[in-house]
Design a protein around this ligand. Sequence first.
Ligand code: TYD
Ligand code: MG
Length: 469
Amino acid sequence: MSKARARHQCQECGHVASRWSGQCPECGAWNSLVEQIGGGGRAASARGGYAGGVTAGGVTGSVVVAAENVDLAAEPAQATGLAELDRVLGGGLVPGAVVLLGGDPGIGKSTLLLQALAQVIARGGSGLYVTGEESLGQVVSRADRLGLARGGLRLLAETQVEAIVAHAAREQPKAQAEVVAKAKVLVIDSVQTMHTELLGSAPGGVAQVRESAAQLVRFAKATGTSLLLVGHVTKEGALAGPRVLEHMVDTVLYFESENSSRFRLIRAVKNRFGAANEMGIFAMTERGLRGVGNPSAIFLSRSGVNSPGSVVTVTREGTRPLMLEVQALVDQSNLGNPRRLAVGTDQNRLAMLLAVLHRHGGITAHDQDVFVNVVGGVRVSETAADLAIVVAAVSSLRDRALTSATVVFGELGLAGEVRPVPSGEERLREAVKHGFDTAIAPRANVPKRPIAGLRIVPVDTLAEALEQL
Ligand code: TYD
Ligand code: MG
């Protein structure tokens, strides 16, 4: 082996170093570098026997094309038929696209993909489900429990990736017309159980997961198969070997849930084919996962009694508005350094908002502990919730509740100004739809034509908003 080929990969973060050292230069982990097969040893994986990756003319099968000759219609997304999944995928599965679905064990990843596969097959596509964790019997009994038709569903219990690629290649439709027109889906459940004969290290390690995924990705790209990889999330909330997998795939979806809730959120954290912050919502039932078409309804408190510190806002997750309840608890602190704790929203932003509240609202919280929680286990990354967070804090501090049919949204600037947010009118309409009759909103977001049933209180500054309350 030539010197240039030697490489060592960190089992913690996936960093590749040309020389071994006791500590990973990237993540600082000790004794984590393991010698790998050389970077030039890739030819081994072309043994799969599938027709893709053809080498013509002796050197390579790739060709340079003029940009104007690239046909955009060639790779349309094909809907799986599970609307909430299609939403986060950006319309559906794209041929050759690789999707990584992460989530805690037991959240419903296998259930979701089995349901998706059944839909794809029902629509005339083909699907191969590879299980590395469960027996064929377990997979089939789940399918039966879900009431899915078994017809057309192909199963494989295997963890060795070379064997999987060989089987999957044999399963490819032979007729050229079929190859183009029908969705072909390969599910790997899970990628962490996969191993390749190219490496001697134990399955589950970063190197094995990475190399196995790489071979599957090459197969997907070469054959136009949509590849769905299940990935387990570690205790720290990251996919095992996160960096090595996330950059290899086209789409990363996270499947998550609040403790003990039957609702499941699926969220795109990376998507080459759609919006990255898109969110789909399912409910887990006895008959599997059911899409939730009207998510605002489930996140709003059902009690009807408004309590101090509780404010409803309208966020926009991906392409649709979502109504959420923001709660704040502001309480006398006996610590020299009072606590600021934010669940479901950014902690640093909370500190900033409290500073704005002090400077421009004349309300100080320096001797108060401030806790903010977004109800329903949703994470709000938008600044449109700023005003609601501040209003919730003031409401808790003053121990005065808002009238229950009021929504609040708007971004807060450091100068105490209330800034407009995208899609203001759409948010207002969502509020009316859910029975709200008053909205405190940035002036620039007030639509020219009034919205029936909604009184809009336009505000330019935080001081104005507080006055209106
Ligand atoms: P599963 O898809 O096996 O989770 P994962 O693959 O992410 O580990 O789902 C497991 C849980 O879902 C299990 O606790 C039982 C529950 N479940 C239902 O509530 N209803 C159903 O129809 C199915 C199939 C599972
Ligand atoms: Mg599973």
